[in-house]
Design a protein around this ligand. Structure first.
Ligand code: GTP
Ligand code: MG
Length: 227
């Protein structure tokens, strides 16, 4: 993938100008590390201190993928139900990509994933929207985590999601970068396909119109001949 990171900004930073924005929502149980992952991607740092997200936090990063600038806008959502209520409708509007996160040290955060997927379905997010499943806190992983990880890989495969085992805290942030960069790359190629598709549709439509004109002319000719 010929992708590079051109610049980054946080929710408080200056607005970035570019051609396209991809909205990616990051969802999962409270405390699984959504804020740390998005912070790590946008700043390259593990935050020294985090508090439970209230509503939503926004982070942005400008990527350059195959010569095109894409602004990745991350919606770091609240995991706690009481902090989500008023915002849920906004989370799911005009979404281009979804990242589901669970914590490898917390089995129930994995068991709750179907509920998060249901919430996406209920808000009409179809399977055509690229999604990733992230198993976070790999630095705290115990030796018996392998069963959970296999289950997670299987779940990802069944639902057509990419799977990542990451640590927002780990020395290497490249796995964290891969989650968002791969999604942005997929969104970019999806758009190319849909643009190509639209060009073909337009061509087909214009051929249909031409065919209709010819048929109409021929019908008129035949009718004229008969009379
Ligand atoms: P909500 O905003 O409440 O939904 O939680 P969240 O999913 O945003 O979790 P957050 O990023 O705030 O992290 C919760 C706790 O987990 C914090 O104490 C983080 O320091 C810690 N944490 C997050 N990611 C990692 C990781 O990869 N490794 C380790 N060791 N700790 C992590
Ligand atoms: Mg948070």
């Amino acid at each position: 993938m010929d992708s590079s990171l051109e610049s980054s900004s946080s929710s408080n930073g200056p607005p970035t100008r570019c051609c396209r924005t991809c909205k990616i929502i990051v969802i999962g149980d409270a405390g699984v590390g959504k804020t740390c992952l998005t912070h790590r991607f946008c700043t390259g740092q593990f935050p020294t201190r985090t508090e439970a997200t209230i509503g939503v936090d926004f982070r942005e990063k400008l990527l350059q993928i195959d010569g095109e600038k894409i602004k990745v806008q991350l919606w770091d959502t609240a995991g706690q139900e009481r902090f989500r209520k008023s915002m849920v409708q906004h989370y799911y509007r005009n979404v281009h990509g979804i990242v589901f996160v669970f914590d490898v040290t917390n089995q129930s955060s994995f068991c709750n994933l179907p509920l998060w997927m249901d919430e996406c379905r209920q808000h009409s997010l179809g399977l055509e929207i690229p999604r990733a499943l992230v198993c976070n806190k790999a630095d705290l992983m115990s030796s018996n985590a392998s069963v959970l990880i296999e289950q997670a890989r299987h779940l990802a495969e069944v639902h057509g999601m990419s799977f990542y085992l990451t640590s927002a805290k780990g020395l290497k942030g490249d796995q964290v970068d891969s989650i968002f960069m791969a999604l942005a790359q997929r969104l970019k190629s999806q758009r190319r396909e849909s643009v190509n598709g639209r060009v073909l549709e337009c061509r087909a439509e214009s051929l249909k119109i031409q065919a209709r004109v010819i048929t109409a002319q021929e019908t008129k000719k035949k009718w004229t001949c008969i009379c």
